[in-house]
Structures are given as C-alpha cells and as structure tokens.
Design a protein around this ligand. Structure first.
Ligand SMILES: [Zn+2]
Ligand SMILES: [Zn+2]
Length: 322
C-alpha cells in the first residue's frame, strides 16, 4: 500500500506492507486525511518523530472482530490506551502513561491507504456528515476540550489568539456555546471567515504587534508559536486563565514571575472526546468549507505537506482516491 513517512525531518512516500490488525484492532481503509500543525511540527522534530504521520482521518472499516463495524464509515480517537491502569480505569485513557498515539507516538498514522485502530477507538460517522467535515472531528474535539476544562460563566468574553486552523475552530466552538469571542490574528482573510458567526476580530500587525494589556479573564493561545504565549500574558487580567493550545517543537520559555505575581492559571489543553465534536458536526453550525484550502492525492503528500506550511493556507486534505 501507499504510505507517507517522516524520518530525519524529511517526508516521503513509500510502498509499505498492508498492516495486520492485532486482536481487538480493526483494519481501516482511508477515505480522507487532514494535515494538522502537529504533523508539520513532527516534520520539524517534535517528539523526535520517525514513522507514518497522520491522525485526522475518516475511513471505512474493512476488518473487525465485531461484524457490526464492517463497512461502517468511521473516525477514531487517536490515543491507544492500555485499558488497565489507574488513568484508564478513571476513563482518562487519553492520559494513559502506556498509551501510543496514532501517527504521533509509536502507532503508524493515517497518511496511508490502510491503518489500524482498536475497535474501542472507533466512532461511526452519521450519514449526513460528509467526509470533508468528518475529517475535522479530531481538531473540533480538541477545541471542545476547553469547555470540559473550564466552566465559563454565561456570556463570558474569551480572547482567542491565532487565526490558524485550530484558532478558527476554537473561536467557532466557543461562539456556538454562547461565549463572546475576540479572535486575534495576522491574516485579514482568515479572520473574515468567522465574522458572520458574530465573532469579533482584531488584526495584529506583524511588525508592531500592539495588544491590549490585561483586558481578558480568559485567553486561549492557539498561535502555534512560542511568541503566542507572551502575547497571551499581555492580554490576560490578574487572576485570569490562559489555555495553552500550541504544541511547539522548541521548548517554551516562560516568564514565571509574571504568572506568579499576577496569579495566572495556566491550563494545558490537548485532545478531547469525539462525541461532542460529532454532535456539533451533526448540528451543522460550524463553518468548515472555508477552512479547506486544498485537496491533494495521497501520493503527492510531500507537496501537500510543503503547501500546508505556506502562509495563508488552512486545512490541506489528502485523498487516496485522487
Ligand atoms: Zn491534529
Ligand atoms: Zn492505561
């Protein structure tokens, strides 16, 4: 089968053996995959990654021990948990210390014609959600995770930093949940995508980024850059909360004194449960089509990964059928 691999900071396509699912695992045939910033970070050395990347996908089940799955169109939770440890028994498999992670940690990812995942990770995609939307399930779940971590007071105002793919999704998810959202970004075109949803946008000039000081109780950093955290520290009020959504390859230098003196709560935030994301997709309230920049054949994945790094580009999809 055709698959993509990253090794020593380079992406390439190669002919891989079709994976054989272990007991309890299913064999999935890829329908569509999405390139995430994490994939770009893996290319740049995040986790010292080498292997098949890809964790945003929609696929058909070809092999499963439970026949009810066969032929189903599915998405899949990306953390493969042991199911036995303290975290797993507390339903926190996403924090299982023995977990592997699809396309990120020790489990071959979705940038391939076939992939495997445990049956327990699968979620069926309702018929009325097209592949182009279902492929966003994982990043939408990551956006929804913020709502599980923080109980926002009704109608609170949240500053979201970053008008990339994840920032645009987070802004939408918070807005749909009746919060006031101020989205800060550098790209007028990207910012304008979510304006019709009642999200107010603030353009930050690249040369002289001027940000309001200490104006928000809640700030989400989704810039994907180390600089974003500094900007979040500018924006947040004393006793406020910063949600850290950026996974950056290089270590982050934090001005701890500013956090301590102003008693800022820092909340790290990663993956979320898929159920709320699928419900949101079904409700059709999200604007996803304008977030798709391009669709490449899977065999042109290296060009697609390059394209995804160009400024102004949002979601790039990989299609094995093209
Ligand atoms: Zn991702
Ligand atoms: Zn476990």
């Amino acid at each position: 089968m055709l698959a993509v691999k990253i090794s020593s900071g380079e992406a390439s396509t190669f002919e891989a053996p079709k994976p054989r699912p272990r007991a309890g695992h299913t064999l999935l045939r890829l329908r569509l995959a999405g390139i995430c910033n994490t994939d770009i970070e893996l290319l740049r050395g995040y986790y010292g990654f080498s292997g098949v990347p890809g964790h945003e996908f929609v696929a058909d089940v070809v092999q499963a021990s439970d026949p009810k799955w066969i032929g189903k169109r599915v998405v899949g939770e990306i953390n493969l948990a042991c199911g036995k440890c303290e975290s797993c028994l507390a339903k926190m498999g996403r924090h299982c210390p023995r977990r592997t992670v699809l396309g990120i940690v020790n489990h071959p990812g979705a940038f391939a014609e076939f992939l495997t995942l445990p049956e327990v990770n699968l979620r069926a995609v309702p018929k009325d959600i097209p592949d182009e939307h279902a492929v966003f399930t994982e990043p939408i779940a990551a956006a929804c995770e913020i709502l599980e971590q923080i109980r926002f007071p009704k109608g609170a105002t949240v500053a979201v930093l970053g008008d990339g793919k994840l920032g645009l999704l987070i802004a939408q998810v918070l807005r749909i949940n009746q919060l006031h959202v101020h989205l800060f970004g550098r790209n007028p075109g990207k910012l304008s995508i979510v304006k019709p949803m009642g999200i107010s946008t603030r353009l930050i000039p690249r040369e002289q980024p001027k940000l309001p000081k200490a104006e928000y109780t809640y700030v989400v950093d989704a810039t994907g850059s180390a600089k974003g955290f500094e900007h979040a520290l500018d924006l947040v009020k004393p006793r406020g909360t910063i949600v850290m959504k950026s996974t950056v390859a290089e270590p982050l230098t934090i001005d701890a004194a500013r956090c301590i003196v102003n008693e800022i709560s820092l909340i790290g935030s990663r993956c979320g449960r898929f159920e709320p994301a699928i419900r949101l997709l079904k409700s059709k309230q999200l604007m996803l089509d304008p977030l798709i920049s391009n669709r490449f054949p899977l065999r042109e994945a290296t060009s697609a990964l390059e394209h995804a790094q160009q400024p102004g580009v949002l979601k790039v999809l990989l299609d094995p059928a093209l």
